[in-house]
Design a protein around this ligand. Structure first.
Ligand code: NDP
Length: 465
């Protein structure tokens, strides 16, 4: 009998997703460019093998699917996706659905949706890594709603569940799903960076060893900061190298990798005029981390920066600061989503986005549950101003200020936390300083300014030029 869905690309993510689909009771046909991979996949599928049809040509793959067909592509983002769409389309009927489930740039997804015309096409963001793909990812769908509805029963079945609610939602037309996934990744960068900055203060400012740092993270993981990222930070901090027995963190090189999704989010935010400075700081921090030789030169010239805090901060203050920093960083991410929603006419469902991120994805946390509630009550507000989070920030921004100030005084670099604090202070200052910028711009370029005391635009200062 024919399969309900097809999946092309049995790499890390594709293989895990295919097993997840079979595990949820759906018959699935699979195809991979390298046929040996397909055979190995079927051979190692165990109990699930009877639900899996392994195919070795695209023709057999397409022929093994129930009509109207639905095919998931799980290949590297970029050219491979265009190649596979081009190879499949001639074999498909006009109402067969292609679903790109990789990490596509949403502009590409917009373009592919446009090129597909009336032929159904979805771009879905899948978060949670291999483990998520196998046992329940968070799924952010984009494209034609009717196409989503055709496969929603499969995508919700395989998704993560938060108290029984599936973490799989249609976000909007075209590239909306891939856009939301990208912002997720940007937030992930900032969340991780803030944790790393606090780790630096615990290590260099307070002199805690790795085991003590792991214990701090474990304790925080039972409170407001409870999250997958805090949990794994504890596991990383306590881990020992299997070869040498030394603490793993002491031998991991302090130079971060990146695949570019965080950078892309920061750039897109600039295009949208919806800035995400904490995410920008996190992207910059990864870039600067890679410049190890240059940092050695700086240390040789100026002396190493970090100094002991000698009791100037408490571990509790660090927890409070991280709570404040996290709220601010998510507020930026959601503001960016609002901005895109408006500019692209997507009508993105902010509360649903917070809900979809509550389980299955890397940034899952208890705080996202409160964010979902706050955004349900008022999706247009900056999250910092929603009553729950305004209350949290009133209670914690003093600690963030103390942490940033003491870090500055003791040479401990905290770029994301300090950027978050600057954003917070900016966003609670009605009388800002851009009057000076406007004066300067009018002075050198006659750009004109508005006045507080009169209606209208295009006023000028008394410059003689
Ligand atoms: P892998 O490198 O593990 O697998 C890539 C798969 O794509 C292989 O099956 C490969 O086939 C196939 N492939 C590569 N190029 C082509 C091509 N030109 N034509 C046809 N097939 C091709 O990648 P992942 O599974 O890690 O990633 C897949 C997608 O999922 C990417 O977009 C990635 O960004 C995204 N993603 C990955 C996550 C992760 O944690 N790894 C998390 C979330 C999303 P072959 O065996 O023949 O080489």
């Amino acid at each position: 009998s024919k399969s309900e869905i097809g999946l092309l690309g049995l790499g890390t993510m594709g293989a895990a997703l295919a097993l997840n689909i079979a595990d949820n009771g759906f018959d699935i046909a699979v195809y991979n460019r390298t046929a040996r991979v397909t055979q190995d996949f079927k051979a190692t599928a165990g109990d699930l093998a009877p639900r899996i049809t392994a195919t070795e040509t695209l023709e057999d793959f397409v022929a093994s699917l129930k009509s109207p067909r639905a095919i998931i592509l799980m290949v590297p983002a970029g050219e491979a996706v265009d190649q596979q769409i081009a190879a499949l389309r001639p074999l498909l009927d006009d109402n067969d659905l292609i679903i790109d489930a990789g990490n596509a740039n949403f502009h590409d997804t917009n373009r592919r949706a446009e090129a597909a015309g009336d032929k159904p096409f979805l771009g879905i963001g899948v978060s949670g890594g291999e483990e998520g793909a196998r046992f329940g990812p968070s799924i952010m769908g984009g494209g034609n709603k009717a196409s989503w509805d055709r496969v929603a029963h499969i995508l919700t079945a395989i998704s993560a569940k938060h108290d029984g609610t599936p973490c799989a939602t249609w976000m909007g037309e075209q590239g909306a799903g891939h856009f939301v996934k990208a912002v997720h990744n940007g937030i992930e960068y900032a969340d991780m960076q803030m944790i790393a900055e606090v780790y630096g203060i615990l290590r260099d400012g307070m002199g805690l060893d790795n085991a003590a740092i792991a214990a701090v993270f474990d304790r925080w993981n039972t409170g407001p900061l409870a999250s997958y990222l805090i949990e794994i930070s504890a596991r990383v901090a306590e881990a020992k190298d299997t070869d040498t027995g030394r603490p793993l963190l002491d031998i991991i090189t302090d130079a971060a990798g990146q695949k570019g999704t965080g950078r892309w989010t920061a750039i897109e935010a600039q295009h949208l005029g919806a800035p995400v400075p904490a995410i920008e700081a996190a992207v910059a921090a990864r870039n600067l981390s890679a410049a190890r030789d240059l940092r050695q030169t700086g240390e040789d010239i100026f002396g190493g920066a970090p100094q002991a805090l000698n009791g100037a901060l408490t571990v509790d203050q660090l927890e409070q600061a991280l709570i404040a920093g996290k709220i601010i960083c998510y507020a930026q991410g959601f503001t960016m989503i609002s901005g895109a929603s408006e500019q692209f006419g997507w009508n993105l469902p902010l509360p649903e986005i917070a809900k979809v991120w509550r389980a299955g994805c890397i940034i899952r946390s208890v705080m996202l549950d409160d964010m979902a509630t706050a955004l349900s009550e008022d999706p247009d507000k900056n999250l910092m101003f929603a009553s729950t989070f305004a209350g949290n920030l009133k209670a914690t921004h003093g600690a963030l200020r103390a942490v940033v100030a003491q870090a500055a005084l003791h040479g401990l670099a905290v770029p994301a936390l300090s950027s978050g604090l600057a954003y917070f202070d900016t966003m609670r200052t009605h009388r800002g300083t851009a009057n000076m910028l406007q004066g300067q711009r009018d002075y050198f370029g006659r750009h004109g300014f508005e006045r507080l005391d009169r209606e209208g635009k295009g006023f000028h200062g008394p410059w003689a030029n």
